[in-house]
Each structure stands twice: as structure tokens, then as C-alpha cells.
Design a protein around this ligand. Sequence first.
Ligand SMILES: [Cu+2]
Length: 335
Amino acid sequence: MTRGSIFKLLAYAVVAGAVTTAVAVLIPWLPTAATRQADRMWFSIWFAEIIAIVVFAVVAAVLVYCVVEFRAKPGDLSDGPPTHGHTMLEIIWTAIPTVLVVAITIVAAIVIHDNGKAGANPLVVKVITQQFTYQFEYPNGKTYDILRLPKDRNVKLDLSSKDVIHSFWVPAFGEKSDAVPGISTSIVITPTRTGYYPVICTQLCGLGHALMRSEAIVLEQAAFDTWYTSADAAPAPAAGGDDGKTIYTTAGCGACHTFTAAGSAGKIGPSLDNLSSAAAKAGQSLDDFISSSITDPDSSLAAGYAKGVMPSTYKTSISGTQLDSLVKYLAENTK
Ligand SMILES: [Cu+2]
């Protein structure tokens, strides 16, 4: 090979590698990891990803090089020269992928092994699934429809189903498992970030499958203890702080609503930029309308939107003071 052709090959490889790296890095494929297990999983994903990018760049470079350099001249219908295999080349391209695949296997095996360890004293929460809800039963025997977890403690979730196959998934937690009638499955997570996370069912379980959602709220250990030990288990705040905008963000409103003041552009629910006219239509004051829309979403449905899409859990997941400042924040920033 001449120096020129090596340079060309390298140039193709760099371009292919750069484009693939940009696609991998610039698009946020993975949510920010919120558990130790997700951290390990993201590591193994990136480990395989980097190998894949390098292999792709090499293969794409050789392919493009061959297509460009060895193209038949117009009108040339002759057969190419007979080529025999190249033993050394074949040994190399068998050996390198073998090493890489074994490396990925080892990393994945270590991650799976570490992620299965619940430690000596995990908090065990029973996750009971049923068309189309989740229930979370704690060691004190109480059951809630929202999953509250302390930060930095190992949690073992024991999954079960009362009817068909469901699947428990919190994307930011990484771990995911089916809940199968008659079989007990479990996952271990160690939350590392406080905040609100959506719980999603990922097995098509019937007509209401798309609405089978809940919330997981990760709290500081002290806040969790306060909630857990209080007699009536008063709802723990979904968001840190009582600032309206923070609550809007951490309670996940922006995923479904467009609201210019908060910079959210969700399309599942109506825009919150013109609530005054919606309140007038409902015959309520602006504050009352916003407040009842949050705590009892099905009470007055916005025209053209379905019942049961907006979570009905905010009346318990947001405290009274938080609701007040959220309502105030929305009222002050809407038209
Ligand atoms: Cu389900």
C-alpha cells in the first residue's frame, strides 16, 4: 500500500468514527443515572459502545475505500483478477473480535453480579402489579400507590402480579424486571439522587397499559424516616424546596405540558400558558381552577383530552404548602 492510500483509509476511518461518536454523545440516549446499579449499567453500555464505534470506523473505512478505489471503469465487463484468501488477515480479524467480545462479556458479568447484591440489610418493598396500577407495600404493612425510597440505602423490590404479566421500570434506576403471576422476581437498587422519577409498565398488559404509570420519589434518609415513621404517613414532599418552579420541574409537569415560564414543551396535556380562559370556561377563579386541576385532574377535563392521563397522585405526592406555591407560580406566569 502506498502512503497515499493509507492516508485515505485513515481519513475515512476518522470521519466515520467522528460521525458515530457525535451520534452517540450528542443525543442523550440514557437518562442521568439515579442509582448505583444504573451507573454500572451505563458504564458497561459505554464500554461496548466505544468498542463498537472503533470497529465500525475500521469497517466503514475499508468499505468506502474499496468502493471508491476499486470501482470498475465504465464499459469494463471483465472479471476481476482471482484473489486467494489471506491467512494472516483472517487470523487477525478473528482474534481481535474474540478478545473484544470476551472483554464485553466479562464487564457485563461483573455488572450483573454486583447489581444482584442486596447487602445485609436492604429495605424490602413489595411491588404488587395489577391492571393498571402499582401498589407498594412496606415492611410496616402499609401500602401506597407511590414508591418512596431513601437515598443511599440498598432497596430490594419484590415484584408480583395479581393478573397478567407486567413490567416494573424506572429508566433512571436502570434495573428492570417483569412481574409474572405465580413467579416471584426481584431487583435491587441503591438510589443515589433525590428527585421524582416516572415508573413505567413495559409489558403490554391490556387496554390501559399506556396509562399504567406511577411515581418513584427518592428522599434524603431523614426525610424518608420522617415520612415512614409518622403515624398517618403524611405524604413526603415530591420536590426539595417550596419554590413553585422547582416543584413544577421535579414533579414532572413539564413532561406533559407546555409552559413558557418554565421552558417546558410537553405535548401530552394542554398548554398552561392560557389558563385564565380555561378557568373562565370552567366557571372557577384562576387559583381554584389550577388547584383542582392538579389535585383532581378528572374533575373538569380540558376539551379534547382523555380522562386518567394526568396522574391523580399529586394530591398526595405534593404537600399543601407546595401546592400553594405551585398554584401561585402558575397563576403569576400564565395569561
Ligand atoms: Cu402493566
